[in-house]
Design a binder for this molecule. Structure first.
Ligand SMILES: [Zn+2]
Ligand SMILES: [Zn+2]
Length: 172
């Protein structure tokens, strides 16, 4: 198992980002911070967060445009209200860095290796029937039930990765 694959983004990313304000149809400069799975913004650098989003697979990208350097996504806030944020970055480098960090934060937490049975077929793991992790949901499955590979770009993978049968149905 490649250990680094389930380590989520732990480092901090912060800088000014233009955030679209639907009421006025204008972009407003905010100080954005991504720390682990918490994305938040404040009016200026180092002020208390005005609003925040929890980044996991429930955060769904609705627009990705490297040409206009914009990234839009939808998520549910703490009160279960659907929010849509649209961000515009200052450079291609910034856009790429934020896109990648958000995608890594969307990755599922992997189930522990102490799991004894495949969640798909309920058979015990053995020396010959080995454990694998579905990169899309993080559950532990056997090889027979994770034969498919998908390019999960919104989870920051740049090559096709192992996906369980349940996720294959969702993604197909
Ligand atoms: Zn199985
Ligand atoms: Zn899965």
């Amino acid at each position: 198992m490649k250990h680094d694959e389930f380590i989520r983004q732990a480092n901090l990313l912060e800088n000014y980002v233009e955030k679209y304000k639907a009421k006025t149809s204008q972009y407003v400069r905010k100080w954005f911070k991504l720390e682990g799975n918490i994305l938040s913004y404040s009016l200026r650098e180092r002020l208390d967060a005005r609003s925040s989003a929890f980044v996991d697979s429930n955060l769904v990208f609705t627009e990705k445009d490297p040409n206009s350097l914009t990234l839009a996504f939808t998520f549910l806030n703490q009160s279960g209200k659907r929010k849509n944020w649209k961000l515009k970055f200052a450079s291609v480098a910034e856009y790429t860095e934020w896109n990648k960090a958000l995608c890594i934060s969307r990755r599922p937490i992997w189930d522990p290796e102490s799991v004894l049975k495949c969640v798909e077929c309920d058979r015990n793991f053995t020396f010959f029937r080995r454990q694998h992790h579905c990169r899309n949901c993080g559950r532990v499955v056997c090889g027979d039930h994770s034969e498919n590979r998908f390019l999960l770009e919104d989870l920051a993978y740049d090559e096709p990765v192992r996906v369980c049968d349940t996720c294959t149905k969702k993604l197909s």
